[in-house]
Design a protein around this ligand. Structure first.
Ligand SMILES: O=C(CO)COP(=O)(O)O
Length: 258
C-alpha cells in the first residue's frame, strides 16, 4: 500500500542558484545543461536562477521539459515597494518559486507570517511554491527540531486554499557545509513533515505532496537520500552551478524512479 502511494509521487530535482551568475554566466550554464536534461523524462527538473536571468532563460528553455523557478517573491501584487518582485511579474516567466529559504529567514528577517503571505501570493498567481523549512544547529543540538519545523509548517501553510505546493526540508547546518544529513535522519524528519502536512491538509494531500531534501546534496549522496520512502527529490545549491554535477544528480534520480 505504501509503495503504491509512493509511486504516485514524482521525482523532483531543483537547482537553487542563489545569488550566483551574471546574465552571460547563466546563459552558459543553461546551454551546458539543457539538451541532456531535457532528455530525462522521469524527473521534474527545475532551475531557479536569479530574477534578472529569468526572461532570457525562459526563451532558452522554450520547448524543453525543464521548468523554471524564482528564488523568492513579494507578497503584494504591485505598488510602492521599491526593489520587490511580485507574483504577477513572475507568473508568465516561471512555474515555480522558492519561499522561505533559510537564508531569507536568517538575513532578511522573514518570519513565518511573511512566509505565509508569500505562499498565498504564489498560489494566487498560479505559481507552485517550494516552501523551505528546517532547523538550525542550535535548535538541532537542543532537541527542538521537530517543534521548530512544526511551527514553520503550521504558520507557513495556514489558511491556504490549495496544497498544490512542495516542501523542502533543509536543515540549516547542512547547507553549504559539505555535511549533508544522513538519509536516515532526513527520512525521520521528512516523515514527520508528511504527518504534519496530513494534519494541516488531508492524508491524501500529504501522500501526493513532494518533499525534497536540501543541504550539501551531491552525486555521492543523492541515492542515499532517494532510497528513503519520504524523500522525493532534492533542492540542490552549490552542485546546481556545475552542469556535470547537476546532470549526474538528475540522472541518478531518474534511475531511482519507481
Ligand atoms: O540551500 C540549499 C538549496 O536551497 C542547499 O545548498 P547547498 O546544496 O549548497 O548546501
Amino acid at each position: 500500500m505504501v509503495l503504491e502511494i509512493m509511486s504516485q509521487r514524482i521525482r523532483v530535482i531543483a537547482g537553487n542558484w542563489k545569488m550566483n551568475t551574471v546574465l552571460d554566466e547563466a546563459v552558459e550554464l543553461v546551454n551546458g545543461l539543457r539538451y541532456e536534461l531535457d532528455e530525462i523524462d522521469t524527473v521534474e527538473k527545475i532551475i531557479c536562477p536569479p530574477f534578472i536571468s529569468l526572461a532570457k532563460i525562459k526563451e532558452l528553455l522554450q520547448g524543453t521539459s525543464i521548468r523554471l523557478g524564482a528564488q523568492d517573491l513579494f507578497y503584494e501584487d504591485k505598488g510602492a515597494y521599491t526593489g520587490e518582485i511580485s507574483g504577477s511579474m513572475l507568473s508568465d516567466l516561471c512555474q515555480y518559486v522558492i519561499v522561505g529559504h533559510s537564508e531569507r529567514r536568517a538575513y532578511f528577517n522573514e518570519v513565518d507570517e511573511i512566509v505565509n503571505r508569500k505562499m498565498k501570493a504564489a498560489l494566487r498567481h498560479g505559481l507552485k511554491p517550494i516552501m523551505c523549512v528546517g532547523e538550525n544547529l542550535k535548535q538541532n543540538e537542543s532537541g527542538t527540531s521537530e517543534s521548530v519545523i512544526s511551527e514553520q509548517l503550521r504558520v507557513g501553510l495556514s489558511g491556504l486554499t490549495s496544497s498544490n505546493l512542495m516542501v523542502a526540508y533543509e536543515p540549516v547546518w547542512a547547507i553549504g557545509t559539505g555535511k549533508a544529513a544522513t538519509g536516515t535522519y532526513a527520512q525521520k524528519m521528512m516523515a514527520f513533515i508528511r504527518r504534519q502536512i496530513a494534519e494541516i491538509f488531508t492524508e491524501t494531500a500529504a501522500n501526493e505532496l513532494p518533499i525534497l531534501y536540501g543541504g550539501s546534496v551531491n552525486p555521492e549522496n543523492i541515492l542515499e537520500m532517494l532510497a528513503e520512502p519520504d524523500i522525493d527529490g532534492a533542492l540542490v545549491g552549490g552542485a546546481s552551478l556545475k552542469p556535470g554535477l547537476f546532470l549526474s544528480i538528475v540522472r541518478q534520480a531518474a534511475k531511482s524512479s519507481c
